[in-house]
Design a protein. Structure first.
Length: 423
């Protein structure tokens, strides 16, 4: 075994810890930054494979650690956007550490699920990938319709349900049109520091992050004292959430354009009215499992179908031509990093909960809101700030209309539906 692999994996793990704790920084953006730094690292004597190991380890650990800013400050990246509301709800009741612990469990458990699915999914997608892609537009459209039909009012009156579904359609279409506009004009994005711009950063930070922070600023929201209470989720729902999240992330790792956030919604479709607290906990487990299993299986997808389906996989593909032996070793590395990341995430969540409990939550929200705007400016320039502002306004609509915020995922789904159906 190459002895340099272990310190490279450790270094990548630490980088992922740092990037995961930065509000709103997406793993794909960080992978692009590391790819840009690859020549400098190779000048220090590292091989392209060693740099690939660093990127892989960073991408895995970041999928664990990004739960901390998502839960405690409501600042998500594009893969954790749906975790904001359930995580925030628990945090405001003093159970933020529990929320992060559930996320970490979901990520860790999903690695095992992903590993068990490798041979099965490799066979399926190597034989039926083209057939799936021919119908992906209709599949996404069907998902959108089901999402809207699931928007029901507890009052059985048809008027209330119709009103909620009308709002849901409006949010889906409005956010979708913004997404189409942003994607069609993403060439206008320009980082003043010369960084690689990512159109998803201002889009999703505004819709799911800034809008929630603004509501917190103008309300009497206070952060309760955070206590490490373990977690309150029975074994059966816990295992079900791990399996659903791990399976959904493993599948979406092969499909272009379908984000982990969309895959997470699939894990909740078909569920009836249930206890909101338990639903929130299950959702946190699933969304984290989707992100981590997707990061692991994207390497296998790169080997089997020859197409990178994540920023980290794309960066690794730029550095080396993967063979089966290297993929096997990288999966071993990813599993080890996941184990260490689980322990680190829970430990840092306890520290973060203790520190943030002493800070005025309104002032914290103002600081994080300013940080999100600054990050959008640094990575995407003035056009990115414009997108950030509009997306924030759209993100306020579900709160004011009293509907679920997942309909704002139209910002990703509608552009994909139009692209695949028109193609």
């Amino acid at each position: 075994m190459d002895l340099c692999v272990v310190p490279c994996a450790a270094f990548g793990f630490l980088l992922g810890v740092i990037s995961g704790l930065i509000p709103g920084l997406h793993v794909n953006t960080f992978a692009a930054i590391l790819l840009g730094a690859a020549p400098a690292m190779m000048e220090l004597g590292l091989s392209p494979y060693h740099v690939a190991v660093i990127i892989l380890a960073a991408s895995i650990s970041q999928t664990f650690l990004d739960a901390i800013p998502t839960v405690f400050v409501g600042a998500p990246d594009s893969d954790t956007v749906l975790a904001v509301l359930p995580g925030h709800r628990l945090m405001l009741r003093g159970r933020g550490i529990e929320a992060v612990r559930l996320s970490a469990i979901g990520s860790a458990g999903s690695v095992l699920v992903a590993l068990s699915l490798i041979p099965h999914l490799s066979w399926v997608f190597s034989n039926y990938y083209d057939i799936l892609m021919e119908h992906i537009g209709l599949i996404l459209l069907g998902i959108a319709v089901i999402m809207i039909l699931k928007e029901q009012d507890l009052d059985p009156g048809p008027y209330q349900t119709l009103k909620r579904r009308s709002f849901a359609i409006s949010v889906f279409v409005t956010s979708g049109l913004l997404g189409m506009f942003a994607f069609e004009n993403q060439d206008l994005l320009s980082s003043p520091l010369g960084l690689e711009p990512d159109v998803l950063l201002p889009l999703l930070s505004g819709i799911f992050g800034a809008s929630s922070l603004i509501l917190s600023i103008f309300s009497s929201t206070k952060m309760a004292e955070q206590r490490d209470t373990g977690f309150d989720l029975p074994a059966v729902p816990l295992m079900r959430s791990i399996l659903l999240g791990g399976a959904a992330g493993s599948v979406v790792a092969w499909i272009p354009g379908v984000s982990p956030a969309v895959a997470t919604m699939l894990t909740r479709l078909g569920r009836g009215i249930e206890d909101e607290d338990q639903a929130a906990r299950e959702f946190l487990v699933s969304v984290s499992g989707v992100n981590t299993s997707c990061a692991v299986l994207s390497l296998v997808a790169l080997l089997v179908i020859g197409r990178p389906r994540s920023g980290a996989a794309a960066a690794i593909n730029e550095l080396i031509d993967l063979d089966a032996g290297q993929v096997y070793m990288m999966i071993v590395i990813a599993t080890a990093v996941a184990f260490i990341s689980y322990i680190s995430t829970v430990w840092l969540a306890c520290i973060a909960g203790s520190l943030l409990s002493k800070i005025d939550y309104k002032n914290l929200s103002i600081i994080v809101l300013g940080a999100l705007a600054l990050i959008a400016l640094i990575f995407t320039g003035t056009f990115g700030i414009f997108i950030f502002f509009i997306s924030t306004l759209i993100g306020l609509i579900p709160h004011l209309a009293g509907i679920r915020k997942m309909h704002a995922m139209g910002v990703l789904m509608l552009p994909l539906i139009v692209y695949y159906l028109s193609g």
